[in-house]
Write a protein that binds this ligand. Structure first.
Ligand code: SF4
Ligand code: SF4
Length: 446
């Protein structure tokens, strides 16, 4: 295993970022000192299969990536968190780490949101991340499974040029695929045989935390993980079309302050000062959205678990996340930084995944989506310059320049927090936009 600095440099140069969520540049986390590295294989969102499939097909690479993060951060312990229901996978992982006493598998319950980093940290270590804090505050670094896979590749000098994505829902053949960065969402959905419904709604990121894909011509980025294709009239499609004004008005009119939303909030269960029912009370009282009383919303992780908990089908989660985004935009800082304790009822307030799938009307789509190698080729990719948190990368190429897979096409300006972008197909630079670089080339396999 390389030295810590070599690992950090290799990961930085390879453009590795969190392969889901906010896409935080991974090298930065690797510069920290930690006691435990947790590989997040919880598959938090309903109907996602990427983590499980990667662990099944590439356990050695993921374990190698995990060991690299441990080496970089000085952590003596590494844990892979996976759902205990995958008994074959748990056995396979334990066999793969038989000679590594510093590694272990944590069997997670089949509930939502098992993959929330703070929930995961507590379930694996019994440590509570403080309000507004990070796993690092309690000695933990959490890494996504695909990120670990990419770290292992980075150590071999291979930059991030592809993405693993589950395509599921109203498609002919639900599937998990590896595709070049920059192809369109439509092309990915075609790999699953295309949508089976006219005018589908695509939730990019999944049922709970995903966003409606505005255009199927949008490119795949390093953060694309699951495309949930739904009929236009599906309850989730309708929910996402509902305006904020309607959510607010319904809640002000119908919320009876029963407290169920707060009771089921996984962050509140950690003792954090987020109380969605109170936000609705404040809304009803006419307090301005950016009033300091609303500040608890800054502790919301946007999981929407509280939507599930509401007995009268209000949307406290959407209300909380909208207020949070307003506060962030207004520059308000989170005033809560307490080291809290978990609620004694935490373990009785978990949302079983099968109940959630049922409540969301997704039972018929709850099927396997096996990782499948497809001999598909692509002759055009659009590589966004900001596929990650931090500053956008800046073009390092010129129109007409020939590039090969893995060449840097956009670099991070001097020392800033960000990630370089690499060519995902061989070809020629045909367009350099403010937000993206377009490559056209010969057709290449995914
Ligand atoms: S979305 Fe709801 S349940 Fe999730 S953290 Fe925010 S308030 Fe809590
Ligand atoms: S669960 Fe629903 S009705 Fe109860 S307090 Fe929360 S938003 Fe109001």
């Amino acid at each position: 295993m390389q030295h810590a600095e070599e690992i950090v440099t290799a990961v930085q140069q390879a453009g590795v970022t969190g392969a889901g969520g906010a896409g935080f540049p991974t090298f930065f986390k690797l510069k920290s000192r930690a006691e435990v590295v947790i590989a997040n294989g919880a598959e938090c969102e309903p109907l996602t299969h990427v983590d499980k499939e990667l662990l099944h097909h590439h356990p050695a690479d993921v374990i190698r990536g995990l060991k690299a993060v441990m080496a970089a951060t000085g952590a003596p312990k590494g844990v892979i968190g996976v759902k205990g229901k995958y008994t074959d996978l748990v056995a396979k992982l334990r066999a793969a780490m038989a000679d590594s006493p510093e590694l272990s598998v944590a069997e997670l319950g089949n509930f939502y949101p098992a993959g929330d980093e703070q929930v995961l940290v507590y379930d694996v270590t019994g440590r509570v991340v403080p309000e507004g804090g990070l796993p690092l505050n309690v000695g933990c670094v959490v890494q996504n499974i695909e990120t670990l896979f990419n770290i292992a590749a980075a150590l071999d000098g291979k930059p991030v040029t592809t993405k693993y994505i589950t395509v599921i829902g109203a498609v002919r053949n639900p599937v998990t695929v590896r595709v070049p960065l920059g192809i369109t969402l439509r092309q990915v959905i075609d790999l699953a045989g295309g949508a089976t419904v006219p005018d589908p709604v695509v939730l990019n990121g999944g049922a709970m935390m995903g966003e409606v894909a505005g255009s199927l011509d949008a490119p795949v980025t390093k953060r694309t993980k699951v495309l949930l294709v739904l009929p236009n009239e599906h309850q989730l499609s309708v929910h996402r079309r509902t305006s904020r004004k309607v959510f607010d008005t319904q809640a002000i009119a119908a919320c009876d302050q029963c407290y169920m939303c707060t009771d089921y909030c996984p962050r509140h269960a950690q003792g954090h000062a987020i109380q969605p029912h109170k936000l609705i009370l404040l809304l009803a009282s006419g307090v301005p959205m950016t009033d300091a009383q609303m500040a608890g919303a800054l502790l919301c992780c946007e999981c929407r678990t509280c939507n599930y908990a509401c007995p009268v089908h209000l949307a406290p989660g959407d209300i909380a996340l909208n207020i949070k985004r307003d506060l962030v935009k207004a520059g308000l800082k989170n005033p809560y930084h307490n080291q809290t304790e978990v609620s004694s009822t935490r373990d009785y307030r978990r949302v079983p995944m099968y109940r959630l799938v049922n409540r969301l009307g997704l039972e018929k789509y709850d099927v396997e989506a096996p990782l499948t190698a497809l001999n598909q080729t692509y002759d055009r990719v659009t590589l966004l310059l900001r596929q990650h948190a931090g500053v956008a990368a800046q073009s390092a190429v010129t129109i007409g320049q020939t590039v090969s897979i893995g060449d840097v096409v956009a670099a991070v300006p001097g020392g800033a927090l960000g990630a370089p972008v690499h060519a995902s197909i061989d070809g020629t630079i045909v367009e350099i936009r403010a937000d993206a670089i377009v490559i056209e080339g010969e057709r290449h396999a995914a």
